[in-house]
Write a protein that binds this ligand. Structure first.
Ligand SMILES: Nc1nc2c(c(=O)[nH]1)N[C@H]1C(S)=C(S)[C@@H](COP(=O)(O)O)O[C@H]1N2
Ligand SMILES: [Mo]
Length: 326
């Protein structure tokens, strides 16, 4: 089925168009200060005027035409409204509340490069547009299940992680894949919260990375992936809790040792390395038996491996002694 094309509707407000009301939340104030400091323009702060240069993000060009939906992995649930999926987000670099989408618009999506290095035959650095041109783009409707017991269903656009790894050649001594998120001090106010172990690191095994469900996401709802959802490039492994899905990636490294991941470093008793979805294994502070659907608010039963067991359960044979369930 051909994917319907949309025109992009990314409109970046100029500084003078931001009302006081919008500019009040602390995360925006931090962001403004950081941007102004970077420009050496502290005196402008008093007037509330923000130079246009500090606001303008490098926009992503539209995705190519004719991206088809891969129907191999049925979404099952109704697709979450685009507005909901792009305004209810977790992206701590921009703040700890769900409404960071406005603050996230400050992050330029171009230019953008991603390094693929470590235990590979040929380490490479890709410009995002070269990567988009090279990779086999397709649409997949995947569910996303946050460890906080909410879920959504999104038509993502992207390519299998295995296609990217083929470009560099994974060496046999590589055991894990480490995903590193951008850490842009000037536009990410959350980085000032120095008690968090920035940058945001996530990881999986080479075997998990090679599973066809492991998807590098570059778009959603027919458009380039917006900042708040992890544009221009994020990983999504839909059988795992959402915190495994590192956003706005700048570096992907093949390594021999299991990396210490962001949430595991903060609270290992609550957020483990494997973090596979399981309704029967509660979070220490709440049940995982059901989840709230963003948008409708409906509560539905959670499925083991978020419903993707048919494709991923074999990955965990022989690993029963590991703490597989978050
Ligand atoms: N860099 C980074 N990636 C991140 C996060 C984050 O705070 N920073 N939050 C994670 C969590 S907890 C979830 S549930 C998903 C949310 O993705 P969404 O906002 O596209 O729904 O992103 C994940 N990726
Ligand atoms: Mo999450």
């Amino acid at each position: 089925m051909a994917l319907k094309r949309f025109r992009m509707h990314i409109r970046i407000p100029r500084g003078w168009e931001i009302s006081d009301r919008e500019a009040t939340p602390e995360h925006l104030v931090f962001g403004r200060r950081a941007a102004l400091k970077a420009l050496g323009a502290g005196s402008i702060l008093a007037t509330g005027a923000l130079p246009a240069a500090a606001q303008q993000a490098g926009a992503a060009p539209p995705l190519r035409d004719g991206i088809a939906r891969n129907e191999a992995y049925p979404g099952v649930r109704a697709i979450t409204a685009e507005r909901e999926a792009t305004t209810y987000n977790n992206f701590y670099e921009f703040g700890t509340d769900k409404g960071i989408f406005r603050a996230a618009q400050r992050m330029p999506l171009r230019p953008w490069t991603v390094k693929v290095d470590g235990l590979v035959d040929t380490p490479k650095e890709f410009g995002i547009d070269d990567l988009l041109a090279r990779m086999p783009l397709e649409e997949r409707v995947y569910r996303l299940r946050c460890v906080e017991a909410w879920g959504m269903t999104v038509p993502w656009i992207g390519f299998p992680l295995s296609a990217l790894l083929k470009e560099v050649g994974v060496r046999s001594d590589a055991k894990f894949v480490r995903f590193e998120t951008a850490a842009l001090r000037d536009v990410m106010p959350g980085l000032r919260q120095s008690w968090y172990p920035w940058p945001y690191i996530e990881a999986c095994t080479v075997a998990e990375a090679g599973n066809d469900l492991s998807f590098m996401v570059v778009g959603a709802y027919g458009k380039p992936l917006p900042q708040q959802n992890g544009g221009p490039l994020r990983i999504h492994q839909p059988w795992k809790y959402g915190f495994k899905a590192g956003k706005s990636l700048v570096r992907i490294s093949l390594v021999a040792e299991r990396p210490k991941t962001f949430w595991e470093a903060i609270q290992p008793s609550e957020y483990g390395f494997w973090a596979n979805v399981n309704p029967e294994v509660s979070h220490p502070r709440w049940s995982q038996a059901s989840e709230r659907l963003i948008g409708s608010g409906e509560r539905v039963p959670t499925q083991i491996f978020n419903g993707y067991g048919e494709w991923v359960a074999p990955l965990y044979m022989g690993l029963q002694r590991e703490r597989l369930w978050a």
